[in-house]
Write a protein of this length. Sequence first.
Length: 431
Amino acid sequence: MYPPKNFDIGWPDLAYGMAACGREGDADRWAAAVERRFAEGGGRAPGGVQAPDAVRATDGTDPLPAGEGGPAPCLSTLSVRSALDLALTAASLPPGSEVLMSAVTIPDMWRIVTAHGLVPVPVDLDAGTLLPTAEQWAAAATERTRAVVVAHLFGTRAPLDPPAELAARHGWLLIEDCAQAYSGPGFRGSPKADLSLFSFGPLKTATALGGAVAVVRNPGLLAAMRALHREWPVQTRGAQARRVAKYALLALLTTRPVYTGLVTATGVLGHDHASGLQNTVGAFAGTELMPAIRQRPGPALLDLLDRRLRAPDTARAVSERAEVARRLVARLPDPSLVYGAAAPVHTYWLCAVPTPDPEATTARLRSAGFDAARPTSLGAVPAPPDRPQGARTAAHLVRHAVCLPLRPTMSDRTLDRMAAVLDPEDWGTPR
C-alpha cells in the first residue's frame, strides 16, 4: 500500500535533529544563521565566504540583497502561522479592516486574521491556476480592504501581478503564502510581495519538522516584527525532542511495508487508519492556536532547519517528484482538469484531482494499493455575514478533491494501474 504522502526527511536528518536537542545553543545565533542561509540560497555557512551583492533565484523571481555582514531580509519563526501573526501585529491595521484571501487555505490562517479583529474575505479561485483572476480580486475589494493574503496551493506558482497592482495602488499589505510552493534555493518568492512565507513543517518539502522563514521586503515592517518576536518565549529543547520523536515514529509507520501492515490491522479492527494519522501529523494538532504559535523556534529546531537548507539535492528531488506527476497526469482521462494544470509552475507537492464521489474514489484506489487522501488540512475561507458566498470553485475543491499518492520510484506500469482506477465516466465534475 502506498501511503498518501511520505515525510520528506531521511533517517540521518532525524538522528541529527534528535542529537541537536541534547546540545546547548543560542537561539539568536542560530536564527541569524538560518536567515542568512535562506537569503543566500542555502550555500555555505554564514561567516564563511561572502555572498555576492544580490542572490538571484534561478528563475529570476527575487534577488535578495545579502549585504556586507548586515542582517538578512528574512525572519525565522516557529511556523508560517507565527509569521502571519507577527506581520498583522506589526502592521497594526485598523480594527474591522478587510483582508482579501485566496479562498482556499488552512483554517488557522483565517482564524489568525480574525483574532486580530480583522475580517477575512474569500476571493474565489480559478481551478487552472489555483489563484483568483484579476477580475475576482478587483470585485472583492472595498474601501475597507487593507491587506491581501495569497496562498500558492499544491506546489503551483503563478505571477502576483493582479493583487500586486491593486496593493501598490491602494497601499495594502501583500502577503504571499508559499508554504506548499518551496522548491529549493531557486525560489524566494515574488519581489512584488511585502512578505513571502515559507514553511518547513512536517509534511513540507525539505521538512525540518517545523520552522518557517519569512522574506520581508519592507525594512520597517521587518524591524517591527523582529522587535515583537524577541518578546516571545523560546521553544524548549524538550518540546523539540518530543516533536522529533513523534515524527520519527510516524516516518516509520508510513514506510510502505509497515504502512501496509498498519492498514491491514486497522481494517480488521474496524478503525479508520487514514483519519487517525491525519489527526496527528499537523504541527499544532490538539493545541490552543495563539499561545502555541507565539513562541520563537529553539536552537535545536533552527540547527535542523539550517541543515535542511544546506541539503544539495532538494531541487533535484522536487524535479523528480514533478516528473513522475506529469507522467501520471498524461495518463488521466482529462489532464486539464487536474487542479493547477494551467499554472505556469507546478511542482506537484500534491497531485489533486476532482471526482464526483471522493469517498468512492479513495475506496477504489485503496483497494488497488494506493492510499489516496482528501486535502483535509485545507478549508474554504468563510464569507463575512454581509457578503454573498461566491467562492464556488473553492467550495468544490474542498468537497471533491482527491490527492493521489506519488513516489519518484513509481514505474510506468504502476502509474498505468493507478490511472486505470480513476474511471473515465466519473472523471471530473462541473466547477
